[in-house]
Design a protein around this ligand. Structure first.
Ligand SMILES: [Ca+2]
Ligand SMILES: [Ca+2]
Ligand SMILES: [Ca+2]
Ligand SMILES: [Ca+2]
Length: 263
């Protein structure tokens, strides 16, 4: 059982009316090159999901699957993706894939397609490796890690406010998606009692080559993968042939009564 999850829970009420747990998207180790700002100005839709506004929300936000006494109640949870483009305009048509450290996805449906910036899958709690109870213990502190990924673009700090990525501006160089099993905000080789591990080895991530997944966790490629390079010719961190990458977001779901104990 994992006992290292110590991240506090934030509650975010969004325009969707949904509730988020503690986003770890900007946690140290997941990023490089600094933050980004939200003031890129108005424009026409890019149709590309920005990492800045790609997030997992939960409905309900705090399902009390374990009550104050530690008793278990089966409750389904919608794992909702909210996404838009760099101009805060809606995106549709992109496939989003999901992974979790515990439980399963209803009807084995672990992906959804964005429509007007939203889509969801349904999660069912519990594991199956304990022959006596039919369940494996929940993760430590009853925080269940989720990760979602899709094709999109990296975020950058638009220091000169021209809506473009210029030489010298910082950006978040995304690494390959991973499940943060031990909730320490970074990739490592942690695994849980179900032998679900942090690595999510996907096809098509920079570093894994063109033939498929490569069996290892890949770091960022060192360049800004996005559609808004001011000049591809004069910026060594821009590559006109790599304007997108596989972006991911992570979040933890609290599945016990807030303030209660985890079995
Ligand atoms: Ca700029
Ligand atoms: Ca990159
Ligand atoms: Ca970790
Ligand atoms: Ca890989």
């Amino acid at each position: 059982m994992n006992s290292t999850k110590t991240i506090g829970i934030l509650t975010i009420v969004t325009a969707l009316g949904l509730v988020s747990g503690c986003s770890q998207d900007d946690a140290p180790g997941a990023t490089a090159g600094g933050g980004a700002n939200n003031n890129l100005g108005d424009s026409t839709p890019t149709g590309i999901v920005t990492h800045r506004d790609f997030q997992i929300l939960f409905d309900p936000g705090n399902p009390e699957i374990y009550d104050a006494d530690g008793s278990y109640t089966q409750k389904e949870v919608k794992i909702v993706i909210s996404a838009d483009d760099v101009h805060d305009l809606i995106v549709s048509g992109q496939t989003v894939k999901f992974r979790t450290e515990w439980g399963s996805f209803k009807d084995e449906k672990d992906a959804c397609t964005l429509e007007n910036g939203e889509c969801y899958v349904t999660w069912i709690p519990g594991g199956t490796s304990n022959p006596l109870t039919g369940q494996t213990p929940p993760p430590g502190d009853c925080l269940v890690a989720f990760t979602a990924w899709t094709v999109g673009e990296e975020k950058f700090a638009d220091i000169n406010d021209n809506g473009r990525f210029d030489v010298g501006e910082s950006f978040v160089d995304l690494e390959e998606p991973y499940l943060d099993i031990n909730s320490n905000g970074q990739y490592d080789s942690a695994c849980n009692v179900d032998l679900v591990c942090e690595t999510i080895d996907i096809v098509g991530f920079p570093g894994s080559g063109t033939s498929g997944a490569n069996g290892v966790h890949d770091l960022g490629d060192g360049i800004y993968n996005g559609s808004l390079c001011d000049s591809y010719a004069g910026n060594p961190q821009c590559d006109a042939s790599a304007k997108s990458t596989m972006i991911h977001t992570r979040n933890d779901l609290l599945i016990k009564k807030d303030g209660g104990t985890c079995p």
